[in-house]
Design a protein around this ligand. Structure first.
Ligand code: SAM
Length: 248
């Protein structure tokens, strides 16, 4: 019997050629918090695994299968439309393999988009998938402490990240967003509808009970954002766009 050990990637056959050992050596080590080191989505090793990274696109295509005629990639294009034309410095927080960051970079070629991601595995795959986008770069790190100056970015995107974090970390991340956004800067948050995580049978979602209590408007308002606008262009997601006040 012949056993096929590698997943075949029609669109990106080069993923099978990744030399993980040598790629991983190029990253600085991070002290990961306990909440991050769990087997999210029941993948052994959680975010810190080859499997999570090479399957991220497929997983998101499944989650967003009925959300858009072009599934997850169509949702990414819709999210990209929400960024102001004049934004020049944009971050995609918890970027995964960077499919949102790439859609934003394609839409706004004059902006510099940084995909900020804690998992080197995700970055390795994302860099390969989006290697032809000159205005998309990558930063390895936790989004709760970017060490960027205050008021230094125009817009931040965050898709399907907050539901993976405990409540106190959700607040820390939103406060970091508020700190580094320039006055009037924009935050775009997209995530799962509160009850929907319970339908992910077989997917380990450690904070799904906390997520049931989430009110997206309240979450952003209490963090200090104003002018919150609601979008639900893609069931079963919600999207909110908020602004940092001009004076805090
Ligand atoms: C469900 S995936 C979503 C990825 C991507 N935003 C997307 O829409 O496909 C969550 C991602 O957030 C990253 N992540 C979670 N917590 C993080 C943190 N504190 N700092 C940086 N990245 C984080 C994970 O490594 C993972 O790649």
């Amino acid at each position: 019997m012949r056993v096929i050990t590698r997943i075949q990637f029609q669109e990106a056959p080069e993923l099978q050629e990744i030399d993980w050992e040598s790629e991983l050596k190029t990253f600085q080590s991070i002290e990961y918090p306990q909440y991050y080191c769990q087997p999210f989505h029941s993948v052994l090793g959680g975010w810190l695994s080859e499997a999570a990274a090479v399957r991220n696109r497929t997983a998101m295509e499944a989650v967003l299968e009925n959300a858009h005629p072009q599934k997850s990639l169509g949702v990414r294009e819709e999210i990209a439309q929400l960024f102001p034309e004049n934004a020049r410095r944009i971050l995609d927080f918890g970027a995964g393999i960077g499919d949102d960051g790439a859609a934003i970079a394609r839409r706004l070629p004059n902006a510099k988009v940084t995909a900020w991601e804690a998992s080197p595995f995700m970055i390795i795959v994302g860099r390969l998938l989006h290697k032809n986008l000159p205005n998309l770069d990558w930063q390895h790190g936790l989004v709760e402490n970017t060490r960027l100056p205050d008021n230094s970015v125009d817009a931040i995107n965050m898709t399907y990240v907050l539901h993976e974090c405990p409540d106190e970390i959700k607040q820390v991340i939103l406060q970091e967003c508020l700190r580094i956004l320039s006055p009037g800067g924009v935050i775009v948050v997209t995530d799962s509808l509160p009850g929907d995580l319970h339908s992910y049978r077989g997917f380990f979602e450690p904070y799904k009970e906390q997520w049931l209590k989430i009110n997206p408007d309240q979450l952003l308002k209490e963090a200090g954002f104003i002018e919150i606008k609601a979008y639900q262009f893609a069931y079963p997601t919600w999207t909110r766009v908020g602004q940092k006040p001009n004076s805090i």
